[in-house]
Design a protein around this ligand. Structure first.
Ligand code: SF4
Ligand code: SF4
Length: 141
C-alpha cells in the first residue's frame, strides 16, 4: 500500500512507549476513512464514542483506556501503537511521530460535508459517538 509506513520503528520504540508525550488533542481518536492506497482521511467531526473532553482544560481522554483494545470491534481504528504508526493513524504533528523521518499520517479534509453526506447514507459506524453522528446528520458540521 502506497501510504503504509514501512520504516523500521525499533529506534523509536522507547519514545513510542512514553505516554507523557501525548498532548491529549484527541485527533488520533477521530473516525477515519481508508482509501484503497492506504491513505487515512480523518473525519474530525466524528469522534470515537469513548473519547471524552474535559471542559476546563479542553484535553481529551479515553473512557476505556486500560481496555481500549478489547473494544476494537467497535472502534476498529484503535490499534497498538506500532501498528497505528505504520498505518498512519496519527497526525503528522503528533509528538509520537513528528520526528519519524518519512512518516505519513492522517490527512485532514478541508471540508467534510460531502463525505458526511455519503457516510450518513449508511448506518452509523459502531465506534462513532452517537452525539457526533446526530450532530452531523445531513452533512452539517
Ligand atoms: S494525536 Fe498524538 S498527541 Fe493527540 S491524542 Fe493522539 S497520541 Fe496524543
Ligand atoms: S477507544 Fe481508542 S480511539 Fe477510542 S477514545 Fe479510546 S484510545 Fe481513542
Amino acid at each position: 500500500m502506497k501510504y503504509l509506513n514501512n520504516m523500521e520503528l525499533s529506534p523509536y520504540l522507547e519514545h513510542l512507549q512514553d505516554e507523557s508525550v501525548c498532548q491529549r488533542c484527541g485527533k488520533c481518536c477521530k473516525y477515519a476513512l481508508i482509501t484503497p492506497e492506504g491513505a487515512v482521511l480523518s473525519i474530525s467531526s466524528l469522534s470515537c464514542k469513548f473519547l471524552e473532553r474535559d471542559p476546563e482544560s479542553s484535553n481529551y481522554s479515553c473512557s476505556v483506556y486500560e481496555k481500549r483494545h478489547a473494544h476494537n470491534e467497535a472502534c476498529e481504528w484503535c490499534l497498538p501503537i506500532t501498528e497505528a504508526v505504520k498505518r498512519g493513524y496519527f497526525p503528522n504533528r503528533c509528538p509520537y511521530v513528528k520526528d519519524i523521518e518519512g512518516y505519513q499520517g492522517r490527512f485532514e479534509l478541508y471540508d467534510e460535508r460531502g463525505v458526511l453526506k455519503v457516510l450518513h447514507e449508511e448506518e452509523k459506524p459502531p465506534g462513532v459517538s452517537e452525539e457526533d453522528w446526530e450532530f452531523t446528520a445531513g452533512g452539517k458540521k
